[in-house]
Design a protein around this ligand. Structure first.
Ligand code: PAF
Length: 309
């Protein structure tokens, strides 16, 4: 089902070659069209579809989705080989969402030229996720830099579930003078509160039940916001520790740029935990300390889980 035409308005075309896709997006830009890029590793779920819908809200833009399980961002003992790759289902989802272009390169097409150059993420790349997954963000930034260079999108969309990735990509774009605007899209949750992730498919029924302690911990932390950083962390930790089916990798309160947490004002509470063999990430924006503006919808204890944005 992979199309060979370069671009047909209203139809999905699939490209495997970086050069071929680069030519198509260059030609589109030359006609004044703005380009969206939604980078993914496939196994598309409602979270990805939300990114695509957000992109397509901008009238007159062409939307490209990349589907590439990037070997560079997986450690030797991680799930690269078992990562789900339901390509035909993903293409159907792209068609249903009105995507114009899919980029689905092979690892050889991306790295087969004897590539040795990578993008180093700096200190933040070794913290939080980076401390547990050494080299992960170097792999992510390298592939994202390549995708941005191949497609040259005006806008590229990243889910805030991988909040550290979003912050590092924004940093890279600034530091390397790349021209794309990076748009963060709020986390999408299932009805039970679990953040959507392609890895949720690995969870058994019991693991999924245990995993619900993750959003519950974030909600508890957010509710403790006015009492300050120590209270936030203690409240969240108590919820995780009460769930024997979860093993905590980290729980940290940081500033929104992932620098040190403020004593007062908006911050981000981030968590990574394992349910069985599956690592799950989540985070929430909250307010530390007092002086909360009632009109600030990032803090909404009455609704249980503060709204993302
Ligand atoms: O978030 C992801 O799915 C991946 O890290 C990304 C950004 C597509 C790079 O491989």
């Amino acid at each position: 089902m992979t199309g060979q035409r370069p671009y047909t308005p209203g139809e999905l075309t699939v490209h495997h070659s970086p050069d071929e896709l680069g030519k198509v997006t260059r030609a589109l830009r030359a006609t004044g069209r703005k380009i969206n890029l939604v980078p993914t590793m496939g196994a598309l779920h409602e979270g990805h579809r939300t990114l695509i819908r957000r992109a397509r809200r901008i009238p007159g833009t062409v939307t490209a989705v990349s589907i590439f399980v990037n070997p560079l961002q997986f450690g030797p003992d991680e799930d690269f080989h078992r990562y789900p790759r339901p390509l035909e289902t993903d293409l159907d989802a792209c068609r249903a969402e009105g995507v114009d272009l899919v980029f689905n390169p092979s690892p050889e097409a991306m790295y087969g030229t004897g590539a040795t150059t990578t993008v180093h993420p700096g200190q933040l790349g070794a913290e939080l996720e980076g401390a547990v997954r050494p080299g992960h963000f170097e792999g992510v930034l390298t592939v994202v830099a390549k995708l941005l260079n191949i497609v040259r999108p005006d806008f590229a969309y990243f889910g805030e579930k991988d909040y550290q990735q979003f912050v590092l990509v924004k940093r890279m774009v600034t530091d390397l003078n790349l021209e794309s605007a990076i748009v963060g899209v709020p986390i999408v949750r299932d009805a039970d509160g679990l953040a959507l992730s392609s890895r949720n498919a690995y969870l058994s029924e019991d693991e999924r039940r245990a995993a619900l302690a993750i959003p519950a911990a974030l909600a508890a932390g957010a509710m403790a916001g006015p009492d300050g950083p120590a209270a936030i962390l203690a409240a969240a930790r108590a919820v995780v520790e009460a769930e024997s089916g979860l093993r905590l990798d980290y729980l940290e309160l940081r500033a929104r740029d992932l620098g040190p947490a403020p004593e007062n004002g908006k911050a981000r509470l981030l968590i990574a935990a394992r349910a069985g063999r599956t690592r799950l990430l989540d985070n929430i924006q909250l307010v530390v300390g007092h002086g909360v503006d009632e009109n600030d919808d990032t803090y909404n204890p009455a609704a249980g889980l503060p709204r993302e944005r």
